[in-house]
Design a protein around this ligand. Structure first.
Ligand code: HEM
Length: 489
């Protein structure tokens, strides 16, 4: 390019950037958009945010900008809601406006277009909820499926013969099998190589998701599509997983009995059949595959990470483990069941405290406003992504004194009865609240109590040296890797 041409282009770019920046500032400064740090064109607030630990940056910004503020991930505008009042006003009091699903570029790429999780397809969400209930969410049948899987897990853990092991894969496999049982009608043996490959892929994807380049994808998706790196492998792994689901869907189609649905896939296929004449129907094979992927991706990592953190906490505090064990034996005898939870306030409080401190989705799953929305003194334009910072409620010191400490007393009253708290929102709140809440609560209770009925946990180091600090990445928390031994009781 000639020197004059290059200079002209450079000047033009500078002028456009300045105009863009000034328009942006005007919007933020005129009292319409919530305040926030000055954002730069294209890169937004990337340089001011810790892309490896976004929740921490958000907490710091809340100190400066208050409970409602605006940040830019690259060119994506995000309004952050921080604190119980702001979250309640938005997710409950203005539930309709805040019920859209925000985009995270990488998640969108991994589950192309999204199923129930990433879209606002209300029919699909309703279907997932009711079908999971029909197959037992809150009913006995899912409880039995979980109990059955818990028994397989116990056998698997006995096989460790008191030797040290990392609980990640067995717990992930167990939780994943429960979803398999609901979705595919069948579980997979812990030695099943094909399924182990799938489990390993989900584990690998969890790791890849935490990589710097994968996180950068959410800031600059178009650019990152052209750059090699872990995010590309992540997308490839997801395709592998999609193939696995498609294969199952095909097998179900071949053996479908319209009068006798066996599982989630059958129920979806029947719905597709019923709505065949309806060109607007959301029930098609694409959405079936995506919804199934959703249930896996949303349901496996979350519950298994919580269980992994629960075991780590009990290794750290053996006296809490002992108390839970005493209550488990006293109340449950040979057979545990969900109805027993209400008679076990201490165990219930421990589980709530595990979930509160595990805080596995610290800034929530992104929402979006469905129309131009008046919120407090601001106007949030339609489509703006919203981060409901769940951590700000789970760690509110007005409700949970010394919120950083693990203390089951946070959920017990002075008589030792279970104390419910409106600030306990690990599953979020409002119209997009976790579809799997009932299932997850059952899994965590039944699997944990079954493990403690059968084993005493033995740490490899002195409990006081066990590190329970969480590793935080872009949008999720998890415990550091660890090993333990389980001693049969
Ligand atoms: C400890 C376990 C779990 C935690 C902490 C958790 C947490 C969450 C959170 C915070 C959301 C976002 C809600 C919102 O946008 O406001 C969510 C959504 C969702 N979860 Fe869970 N979840 C867990 C287990 C599960 C399980 C076991 C399943 C499936 C069987 C599941 C399926 C889903 C789905 C499909 C959504 C999307 C709902 C929608 O977009 O309307 N989750 N979960």
């Amino acid at each position: 390019m000639e020197p004059l041409g290059a200079t002209t282009v450079f000047l033009a770019v500078c002028v456009s950037c300045l105009l863009f920046l000034s328009a942006w500032r005007k919007m933020s400064g005129s009292g319409k958009l919530p305040p926030g740090p000055v954002a730069f064109p294209i890169i937004g607030n990337t340089l001011q945010l810790n892309t490896r630990n976004l929740p921490q940056s958000i907490q710091e910004l809340s100190v400066k900008y208050g409970p409602v503020f605006t940040i830019y991930l690259g060119s994506l505008r995000v309004v952050v809601l921080y604190g119980q009042e702001a979250l309640k006003e938005a997710l409950i009091d203005q539930a309709d406006e805040f019920s859209g699903r925000g985009k995270l570029a990488l998640a969108d790429k991994v589950i192309k277009g999204g199923g129930t999780f990433l879209t606002t397809l209300k029919q699909l969400r309703r279907f997932a909820l009711t079908t999971l209930r029909n197959f037992g969410m809150g009913k006995k049948s899912v409880e039995e499926r979980i109990q059955e899987e818990a028994r397989f897990l116990i056998a698997r853990l006995r096989n460790t013969h008191e030797r040290p092991f990392d609980p990640t894969i067995p717990l992930t496999h167990a939780v994943s099998n429960i979803i398999c049982s609901i979705v595919f009608g069948d579980r997979f043996d812990y030695e099943d190589q094909k399924f182990l490959t799938i489990i390993n892929l989900t584990q690998e994807n969890n790791e890849l998701l935490r990589s710097f380049l994968a996180q950068l994808y959410n800031f600059f998706p178009t650019l990152m599509d052209y750059i090699p790196g872990p995010h590309q492998l992540l997308i490839k792994n997801a395709e592998e997983f999609e193939r696995f689901v498609l294969e199952r869907v095909k097998m179900h189609k071949e053996s479908l009995d319209l009068s006798c649905p066996r599982d989630f896939i059958d129920a979806f296929l029947i719905k597709m059949e019923q709505e065949r004449q309806n060109s607007q129907s959301e029930f098609n094979t694409d959405n079936l595959v995506r919804s199934t992927l959703d249930l896996f991706l949303a349901g496996t990592g979350t519950s298994s990470t919580t269980l992994r953190y629960a075991l780590l906490i009990l290794l750290k505090y053996p006296e809490i483990e002992g108390t839970v064990q005493t209550h488990t034996i006293l109340n449950l005898g040979e057979m545990r069941g969900l109805h027993d939870r209400s008679h076990m306030p201490y165990t219930d409080a421990v589980i709530h405290e595990v979930q509160r401190t595990a805080n596995i989705v610290p800034i929530g799953v992104p929402h979006a406003v469905t129309r131009d929305t008046h919120f407090r003194e601001y106007i949030i334009p339609k489509g703006t992504t919203i981060f409901p910072a769940l951590q700000s409620v789970l760690h509110d010191s007005r409700e949970f004194p010394k919120p950083e400490q693990f203390n089951p007393g946070h959920f017990l009253d002075e008589n030792g009865a279970f104390r419910k708290s409106d600030f306990f929102i690990p599953f979020s709140a409002g119209k997009r609240i976790c579809v799997g809440e009932g299932l997850a609560r059952m899994e965590i209770f039944l699997i944990l109590t079954t493990i403690l009925q059968n084993f005493t946990l033995k740490p490899l180091v002195d409990p006081k040296d066990i590190d329970i600090t969480l590793v935080t990445s872009f949008v999720s928390n998890r415990p550091k890797p660890y090993q333990l031994c389980v001693l049969p009781r």
